[in-house]
Design a protein around this ligand. Structure first.
Ligand SMILES: [Zn+2]
Length: 271
């Protein structure tokens, strides 16, 4: 599932490719993706121009002319693909956005995605995005900010996965982040020493930056259909159940941590 690095790659490419393009039409196969009736959606988006594309956590934001935003969420995963011409677009998609220069992009959701069109003055009420927190590579995501959210009895893993505290990290990159920081995912946040929080912050930022530089996961596609560079080999403990810990040689375990599973080394990450 795409997380912050993949979403950053995608939104950066979309911004470079789509800025100043004008929507000519939209083909909608799966109407349930939309936050309004399909005719109304088409009426409102046609003629709007893209000013900027950026991501907020796992959502892609398109700032449009006439005070609109188009918001895109990939759900459990999706291929969002650019096509030079609408004549050679992917055959399978739930939505296709066509531009006046005859280029287009298609959205093929693996399970279920969202495409919402909202007025700028309604953005602060948009349920799914209004509370998304800043992300580790944002300039205001400082160590001070991180220290403020690492409080209370919640397990440290859940704090990092909480989109209201840290935008964009899900149950993929988290395993190696906690492993490198030598922290058990179930450790209560308020039990961490100050140096452990410093270390975790550093590891997390470094991990996400590296993944972004490598264009994300090998099983995710960018805007041009190209896969990221990070194959299974990249991970240290994630998805390595039954294999040896690269640091100490103990067998890596898969454990339940609340509603999610976690991969840990029981020696390096003591509770
Ligand atoms: Zn170990």
């Amino acid at each position: 599932m795409a997380e912050l690095p993949e979403l950053m790659v995608l939104s950066k490419q979309m911004n470079e490719e789509l800025k100043s393009k004008e929507f000519k039409s939209v083909d909608v196969i799966q109407e349930k993706c939309l936050n309004m009736e399909v005719d109304s959606f088409k009426d409102q988006i046609t003629g709007k121009t893209i000013k900027k594309v950026y991501n907020k956590g796992k959502w892609i934001f398109f700032e449009l002319t006439d005070n609109y935003h188009l918001l895109l969420n990939l759900g459990m995963g999706a291929d969002i693909l650019y096509h030079n011409s609408d004549k050679n677009s992917a055959e399978e998609y739930q939505c296709r956005f066509n531009f006046t220069d005859s280029s287009c992009f298609t959205c093929k959701f693996w399970w279920f995605g969202h495409v919402d069109l909202v007025l700028n003055n309604e953005l602060s009420d948009h349920k799914s995005t209004k509370d998304i927190a800043i992300s580790p590579l944002d300039s205001d995501f400082t160590l001070d900010y991180f220290k403020k959210i690492c409080t209370g009895r919640a397990m440290i893993k859940n704090i990092i996965l909480n989109q209201k505290k840290v935008g964009g990290i899900g149950n993929v990159y988290i395993h190696d982040i906690l492993f490198k920081a030598k922290l058990h995912p179930k450790k209560p946040a308020n039990s961490l020493e100050s140096f452990q929080i410093d270390n975790l912050f550093e590891v997390m930022v470094e991990n996400i930056r590296y993944a972004f530089d490598k264009k994300g996961l090998a099983y995710e596609k960018d805007f041009y259909g190209k896969n990221g560079d990070l194959t299974k080999d990249y991970f240290l403990v994630a998805y390595k159940e039954g294999e040896k810990c690269p640091y100490c040689g103990r067998i890596i375990e898969k454990i339940k941590t609340g509603s999610t599973s976690s991969y840990i080394c029981p020696e390096c990450q003591k509770l």
